[in-house]
Design a protein around this ligand. Structure first.
Ligand SMILES: C[S@@+](CC[C@H](N)C(=O)[O-])C[C@H]1O[C@@H](n2cnc3c(N)ncnc32)[C@H](O)[C@@H]1O
Length: 384
């Protein structure tokens, strides 16, 4: 336990520690990268939980609403879901008749956690929960059992949206929700032999280097094809890194060098290393804002169709019970102070970034840009 009560940044700002802030957050286990041990085996062979199924389903609903708002017609032949894990999204895309041939790529065979029969059972639980053995239409289910209200409401609050008709998600299976193809591989190195019309990446952009990923996606998308992502944003106070310090926004408001000094001054060596590893693992050192994603896309012949910031509704946040609008109410955690600190080392972050917990963006693959005319002029004979 540190005796310090503040941290002084390299630019001379003394950030006060907020007593109890660190302890108010718990950490998730960091997923083990060793695929050969027994823990990994038992994880992949254990059925997917209802709550994680529900989370993936809501992510899908939110992303599909976003695409609809952009006028994207979901009638695709070949689709790829990157980091699709148990392939909930892939099954939904196929089941809803939006993508005829769907494929998922992930590092491990997570699909084993969700056979088609379990997928259907989970869908039934959501669409038609039973009361005394009688299936209840989902729009009414919340009236009978708050559990079925929660499944629609809690995540909707996290994404800052209302469930459809205030009760659930309008999802109709018109095709068998089969898994489709499941490729075990690394998106960065996998050699794709075919092209796709639709590529999505739900909840995992923070695992990739965006330059490499966009380049890869551009190379496998057919012209006119669409790429959409949704992921947990870097600038929210508690991110997928799970790194929480003695004051809010510890990873965002300190430079990497200051962060290293802060952890060394306040944690034992092993923990300090753990914190740095987590900080560096996600986003791979690229803490981007929306215009950066647009620029990377542009370099890779991906034309921005639209973007959407998910701002959690005031009364619910999963990753922290001290969301930005609460932090902003106290003198030692004001967002304007956080902004001031960030401005010392970069000038492209806005207050909205500090409040955004999920971010979505969609792109269309266009034909490669035509070279400049002036290159051509060098070759043409003079005309008079
Ligand atoms: C946080 S999970 C997201 C799972 C699911 N799509 C969701 O929305 O909850 C990130 C997934 O990306 C996968 N992943 C990470 N790096 C990858 C890579 N290089 N190639 C393919 N999949 C990768 C992980 O194995 C994991 O299943």
């Amino acid at each position: 336990m540190t005796k310090n009560t503040s941290f002084t940044t390299s630019f001379g700002r003394e950030i006060p520690f907020v007593e109890g802030y660190l302890e108010a957050h718990s950490r998730n286990e960091w997923e083990d990268d060793d695929w050969s041990d027994d823990d990994s085996d038992s994880f992949v062979n254990s059925p997917m939980s209802y709550s994680s199924f529900r989370k993936d389903m809501v992510e899908h609903a939110v992303a599909q609403d976003f695409l609809r708002s952009l006028g994207v017609k979901m009638e695709w032949e070949n689709g790829l879901e990157i980091g699709g894990r148990e392939a909930v999204v892939a099954r939904l895309l196929r089941g809803e008749g939006k993508v005829k041939n769907i494929e998922t790529i992930d590092l491990k065979p997570y699909y084993k956690r969700l056979p088609t029969s379990l997928f259907k059972k989970r869908m039934r639980e959501i669409r038609y929960p039973k009361k005394f053995g009688i299936p209840v239409p989902r729009r009414l289910a919340g009236k009978f059992n708050p559990k079925f209200y929660d499944w629609a409401e809690s995540q909707a609050q996290e994404f800052g949206v209302k469930p459809h008709n205030n009760w659930g998600w309008d999802m109709k299976m018109v095709e068998e929700p089969e898994l489709g193809e499941y490729t075990i591989g690394d998106i960065n190195t996998y050699d794709f032999t075919k092209k796709y019309d639709y590529v999505s990446s739900m909840g995992c952009l923070d695992y990739f280097n965006p330059d490499n990923l966009f380049k890869k996606i551009s190379s496998i998308l057919n012209p006119g094809g669409v790429f959409v992502f949704l992921f947990e944003y870097w600038w929210f106070p508690v991110t997928t890194t799970d790194v929480v310090g003695h004051f809010p926004y510890v990873t965002q408001r300190l430079t990497r060098e200051d962060f290293i000094r802060y952890t060394n001054e306040n944690f034992d060596a092993e923990e300090a290393q753990w914190l740095l590893n987590r900080r560096d693992y996600y986003h791979q050192g690229t803490q981007l804002v929306p215009k950066d994603y647009a620029e990377i896309a542009d370099r890779n012949d991906l034309h921005v169709l639209g973007e959407h910031r998910c701002i959690a509704l005031p009364d619910y946040v999963r990753r922290t019970s001290l969301p930005p609008h609460i932090l902003d109410q106290y003198d030692n955690s004001k967002l304007s102070d956080v902004m001031e600190d960030i401005k010392q080392f970069r000038d492209d972050v806005s207050l909205m970034d500090l409040k955004t917990n999920f971010f979505m963006m969609a792109f269309e693959k266009r034909s490669p840009r035509k070279p400049d005319l002036h290159e051509k002029i060098k070759e043409v004979p003079k005309f008079r």
